[in-house]
Design a protein around this ligand. Structure first.
Ligand code: UD1
Length: 416
């Protein structure tokens, strides 16, 4: 298994380019199921999770050609409407094929994702939404089996704002009969990116990016070409790499408005930020002050950036309270950061971080995608060598992280 070795202490300097958004690419790739015509997607990031959704589609009979960052998907002759356990267990976002399959074929059999390292993460809201649209649902042998002749538009108000739940219901509703209104819809930019691609293919969707999305069903969708938007979580992670090392980093090819919650925290802690149309420069030439952070659905502070901002707070000159409101168990990076000398106390859903003068390099274990990123960030500033094990978690969501960080001057290598 690969590991990453980092010798901390280098101030990062230079420019880094952001890849396409993983969480946009996944639903957009799944949405190709909705049509018999080819979809051609550009700026698709080279990631393990993208490989997994490709395998899910191929296992159903879709033809997927990848040429660098371009994906061409032909889902004309799907032979099966099943997403098997072997694939769903490695990536729960595989559940994104559920809505499109039921919408186009009137049936789907998708393995129920189990719990994962950051929480129980049920899909009950996806299922309840489809039931409201007239689908019959059975849970059998660990699979959710859904049937519906043609889905009917419905008023669906989510109890909790759910990103993939909103995406699944939106994809189901574009081919349903009549109007669907999604209340308390997720407002994340990835939902908007998916909606834009569906609209380009003939879907009638209004309100994506707000908490009420209205979809008027149509009889068919065409194929289409589309460029995946830049990844806002990768953007935030590289901004913090500049901040934590006292560096001067410019993050290029990003959408600054998508990451405002993170930018405003960076300003508060004393990092200078300069925002341009599609790039952001951070300069950290003073110490880092402490700030409290509370994760929230978009446009709040993203839960997917909680572990990374915590890494930054470990070296602040004060006390910071980090509250996680989205997932119930998203502090698994804490014991690993403590092994590097961080002072963190955990209490229910919040962590109290007392900044220390310096961290010390140590062997640490990656436990989930964003937790892994926080360990790499901590390693960049720690004294001596940090060894990050189980980096396959990192490969799920960060394209060539060690190459991008080396380009900024970090002393980092991957060992096979
Ligand atoms: C998506 C992102 C993930 C991010 C998360 C929150 C993708 C592929 N993944 O995950 O990176 O961390 O949004 O921004 O886009 N919930 C239920 N029942 C449901 C669905 C969700 O109780 O049926 C709960 C979850 O357990 C969680 C909360 O709702 O506590 C929000 O989760 P959700 O937005 O659904 O996360 P994902 O879409 O899985």
């Amino acid at each position: 298994m690969d590991k990453i070795l980092i010798k901390g202490g280098k101030k990062l300097k230079g420019e880094v380019e952001i890849s396409g958004a993983k969480n946009s690419a996944l639903p957009i790739i799944a949405s190709s199921i909705l049509s018999t015509e080819e979809c051609v997607l550009t700026n698709v990031p080279l990631l393990k999770d993208i490989q997994t959704i490709k395998l899910v589609l191929e296992s159903m009979g879709a033809r997927v050609r990848r040429d660098g960052y371009t994906f061409a998907i032909d889902a004309k002759d799907l032979k099966s409407c099943e997403a098997p356990y072997e694939l769903v267990k490695t990536m729960r976002a595989s559940v994104l094929v559920l809505g499109p399959l039921v919408a186009r074929f009137g049936e789907a059999r998708v393995s129920l994702p189990g719990g994962c390292a950051i929480g129980t993460r049920p899909v009950n809201l996806h299922i309840a939404g489809l039931q409201k649209m007239g689908a019959e649902v059975e849970i059998k042998h660990g699979y959710v089996e859904v049937r519906a002749k043609r889905l009917k538009g419905a008023n669906i108000s989510f109890d909790i704002s759910t990103v993939t739940g909103t995406e699944n219901i939106m994809m189901a509703a574009v081919l349903a009969e009549g109007e669907t209104v999604i209340g308390n819809a997720a407002c994340e930019p990835e939902v908007v990116d998916l909606a834009n691609f569906l609209i380009k293919r003939g879907a009638k969707i209004k309100g994506a990016g707000t908490d009420t999305i209205i979809i008027e069903g149509v009889l068919r969708l065409s194929g289409g070409t589309y460029e995946i938007m830049p990844d806002r979580i990768e953007t935030g992670t590289y901004l913090i790499s500049g901040a934590i090392t006292g560096g001067d980093v410019t993050v290029r090819r990003c959408v600054p408005s998508h990451i405002e919650a993170v930018l405003s925290k960076l300003s508060v802690v004393g990092v200078k930020t300069e925002v341009f149309s599609d790039s952001i420069r951070v300069v950290a030439d003073r110490g880092i002050s402490a700030v409290d952070v509370r994760t929230m659905p978009y446009p709040g502070f993203p839960t997917d950036m909680q572990a990374q901002i915590m890494a930054l707070m470990t070296i602040s000159n004060g006390l910071s309270v980090i509250t996680e409101t989205v997932f119930e168990n998203r502090f698994i990076h804490v014991p690993e950061l403590r092994r590097m000398g961080a002072k963190i106390k955990l209490q229910e859903n919040y962590a109290v971080v007392e900044g220390v003068k310096s961290l010390s390099g140590a062997p640490v274990m990656a436990t989930d995608l964003r937790a892994s990123a926080s360990l790499v960030l901590a390693g960049l500033v720690a004294e001596g060598q940090t060894e990050v094990h189980r980096v396959y978690h990192l490969d799920r969501g960060y394209e060539s992280m060690e190459r991008k960080l080396s380009g900024l001057g970090a002393d980092i290598v991957r060992v096979k």
